[in-house]
Design a binder for this molecule. Structure first.
Ligand code: FAD
Length: 506
């Protein structure tokens, strides 16, 4: 019963795009052939088909379609959603009965590395994948500064959320590393914006959940790319020691370049699994052999230090001196050295494995929370090993970020404390595992309920709400500004209807 309510599917029998759209003079084309692809996403919980799909060949195509829908006025039900690669979880890139814009078709501008104001940056299309941005930048010995764990996401898609990973404590999220953008607003206007020109639109769009415009170009900051990465994992048996060490590391001047962590609950043969399925090797193999993870709740700190081969000795000394300050279980230090590209593209390796066994395109009832530092121990005590009694249905990530690296003029919503934690429950629910989707959804509900009952002022990352009062609570004091910006940039609520914040008859 609950499933029927939470997983929504609609079918369509459209054979042609709405006739009013067909009359538009476009450089690209509108189709109905890939409607079913655009009615699904990574979450695999919501399947609402559009009435047409736009493959734009130029920014003017996106502008023409939005202008047309805008002219039809509030009584037309047509809406428009940009689709990056559809890695959303709850239909956020879907446009039921509307037009989905497949951003990968927009090949302009061609990627171009340049030095603006003396600092390196790259101009890319909003539909570009981060992996391709990385590959292009590396040709110049450069790379973007801030990442997501998975790089086969689009620039426009992650900038509409925030884009966070283990580098965010140092460089801020991806939305803190953009210099300018070209946007097509909800009126179809094409606007170039930056911190100086049309700054309000610039900040509105960053973390704006696609509500204010479609990002057709972004200028991303770059820095010199290292060649190699020393990548390490260590385990803790209690949460407070992990949190203490993570916080020590994120606040230190000299520290690692990447700091993440995860929670492991009741995993059999964990260290053997690390050894056999990855390039990680134990620093002390004999001691590692005697470590038993069965039935335990363990906390892993994952850290990385970037280096170039000629700096290996200095890097090793720095790593040693940092590790000395930490209080992990000594026998559990595992390490490896990989290329920078291999490190950044690490999740793609898991994707290929999961695809090969049919476990990628399954429902993903993920829950991503941002928890204030002062309540993270309460959260851990109530959730890990209690509401969540094993981590076998997917990883649980946990790492701190620093508010001072986020710009409060953007639309992104974070807790009101200098340090807050991302806690990501990344569950998979294959059909072969009967009842697993329902179990995961129920577990998510219990976690949210726990936060609510305990008064933990968390914020959802990649938020999913269905009611206006929930959205208002999510934005808190920022709601008025968010709504005001919507009225300015997308007054008919045409854009990104799948977020379910505003409705066309607003
Ligand atoms: P879509 O899902 O297609 O779109 C997302 C939203 O943005 C939709 O509302 C859409 O309409 C809108 N949108 C898309 N393109 C544009 C555009 N050009 N202009 C304006 N609006 C647009 N996130 C992190 O921050 N850190 C991570 O480490 C991380 N890891 C992930 C790992 C995996 C395996 C997956 C599946 C997702 C991960 N994400 C992570 C989440 C990711 O940021 C979101 O899924 C995001 O939606 C990007 O996916 P996408 O590019 O396919 O965008």
């Amino acid at each position: 019963m609950v499933l029927a309510l939470r997983s929504i599917t609609m079918t369509t029998s459209n054979t042609a795009p709405p006739s009013s759209l067909e009359a538009l003079d476009l450089k690209g084309h509108l189709t109905v052939h890939d409607i079913s692809q655009c009615a699904t996403d990574f979450g695999n919980l919501r399947h609402l088909p559009p009435s047409a799909v736009l493959h734009p060949a130029a920014v003017s195509d996106i502008s023409a379609v939005i202008k047309h829908v805008f002219r039809l006025g509030p009584r037309s039900e047509l809406t428009v959603a940009a689709r990056g690669r559809g890695h959303s979880l709850h239909g956020q890139a879907q446009a039921p009965g509307g037009v989905v814009v497949r951003m990968e078709s927009l090949r302009a501008p061609e990627m171009r590395v340049l030095a603006a104001g003396g600092l390196p940056c790259i101009d890319v299309s909003g539909g570009e994948l981060w992996i391709d941005v990385l590959m292009e930048s590396l040709k110049h010995g450069l790379a973007p500064k801030s990442w997501t764990d998975y790089l086969h996401l689009t620039v426009g898609g992650t900038l509409s959320n925030a884009g966070i990973s283990g580098q965010a404590f140092r460089n801020g999220p991806q939305i803190s590393n953009v210099r300018e953008m070209e946007i097509v607003t909800g009126k179809g206007e094409v606007v170039n914006c930056s911190t100086e020109v049309h700054a309000d639109l610039f900040y509105a769009v960053l973390g704006g959940l696609g509500q204010f415009g479609i990002i057709t170009r972004a200028r991303i900051d770059l820095e010199p790319a290292p060649k190699m990465v020393k990548w390490m994992r260590v385990l803790y048996s209690d949460f407070s020691s992990l949190a203490q060490d993570q916080e020590l590391l994120v606040s230190a001047e000299k520290t690692f370049d990447y700091i993440e962590g995860f929670v492991i609950i009741n995993k059999t043969g964990l260290l053997n699994h690390w050894r056999s399925s990855s390039s990680f090797k134990p620093k002390n193999p004999v001691q590692a052999d005697s470590f038993d993870s069965d039935g335990k709740t363990l906390f892993c700190l994952e850290i990385a230090k970037y280096f170039n081969p000629e700096e290996t000795d200095t890097m090793n000394k720095e790593v040693e001196s940092l590790l000395c300050k930490l209080s992990y279980i000594p026998s559990t230090l595992f390490e490896t050295e990989v290329s920078y590209l291999e490190f950044l593209d690490r999740v793609h390796v898991s994707e290929l494995k999961l695809r090969s066994i049919g476990l990628w395109e399954v429902p993903h009832p993920w829950l991503n929370l941002l928890i204030p530092r002062t309540r993270i121990c309460d959260f851990a005590a109530g959730v890990f090993g209690k509401i969540v009694s094993d981590s076998n249905d997917g990883p649980i990530l946990l790492y701190p970020a620093s508010k001072s690296k986020w710009d409060n003029r953007t639309s992104a919503v974070i807790p009101d404390e200098e340090v807050f934690y991302l806690v990501a429950f990344l569950s998979s629910a294959p059909a072969s595992d009967a009842g697993s989707l329902e179990l995961a959804l129920r577990k998510n509900d219990r976690i949210l309920e726990f936060c609510w009952k305990e008064g933990i002022q968390m914020k959802q990352y990649l938020p999913h709400y269905t009611r206006l009062d929930e959205w208002k609570a999510h934005f808190g004091a920022g709601w008025e500004k968010f709504e005001h910006r919507k009225r300015i940039y997308d007054p008919l609520a045409i854009l990104a209807p799948g977020q379910r914040i505003f409705h066309k008859d607003m």
